[in-house]
Design a protein around this ligand. Sequence first.
Ligand SMILES: *Cc1c(COP(=O)(O)O)cnc(C)c1O
Length: 353
Amino acid sequence: MLTFYPGPAKVYPEVRDYLTQAYDEGILSIPHRSDRFVHLTKSLVALLRKKLNIPQDYYIYFVSSATECWEIIAQSLTRYKSYHLYNGAFGEKWLDYVKKIKPKSAGTKWDLNEELNVPDLAVDEDAEIICITQNETSNGTQIKENTILNLFNRFRDQLIAVDATSSMAGMALKYIKADIWFASVQKCFGLPAGLGIMVCSPRTIFRAKEIKEKGHYNSLVTLYEKMLNYQTSITPNVLDIYLMYKVMEEREAIKIIDQHLVKRAQDFYQFLEEFTDFQLLVTNQEVRSATVIAVEGKEKVIDELKKNALRSDIMLGNGYGAWAKNTFRIANFPAHTDEEFEALKHFFRTNSQ
Ligand SMILES: *Cc1c(COP(=O)(O)O)cnc(C)c1O
């Protein structure tokens, strides 16, 4: 089965061997306070910096999911409120989640086919953090590097938090242009779910220390203290940490991966534009995501297409949120091969017009 689901997504085929290796090497039973664990985590942090271009002074934490990062930001970095800018279901869900923890949090929605207009943005002045979703997995839009930079430059007092769940390890993100970046591994990392990664600027940690929230096992100050010794506060998903190390070791530099995905996305968008059965959900090329491609059509057509795909052993991603029924999504992640995209093209050529 070829899966183009945007998460949980295709895992790298090498994962199969790495699983056996993890077992054979005894990794599955190592204590998380042991030298072996410390060595593994330390090596992984160095590897992530190198492969993903994470600045030396940014902190890297291993948590369990992107959702948990929403929670950590609300608990440990927000005294009263965060402000959320969103155009899709994940960004909105983040705000809904945060409101249960910090009820004063607020946000504003912008149109899917527009670029986030930073100069004209009205952000509540008492918000301590501005939250954005760099790649909106629900509708296949993305926020450009320059927009994030403008946000960072305009809002000097606020921390900028970026959900990069479906772009980290796929896109060459400029970490210095925001404070908090996070993702879970079942998307662009090509790994099984159960691990999240959070990248924090020095001033994020400064803020966490000022607030000194230590009431949860995953409080940021606790994560910070443990990570000084390359440890975690709880027994973590050591298997996924190991798999991440093995998978990242084999990856090219992120710049090369980014270029490849951007090119493949452009090619595929162009390919899809020739069909009349469906249209691209995002009409403005400037905001189209390179890692998640959303296609819109009549419910019946979309439903048929997904079923036919399954008969050809191809899984298209279902629509999400407001777009659940009238769209499908195609993940363009690093673990996908060009051959798989050729097979997908063949499917559309023989099943659509
Ligand atoms: C998948 C996804 C999440 C949720 O990830 P979990 O691992 O389920 O917590 C959050 N934000 C975005 C943008 C996503 O794509």
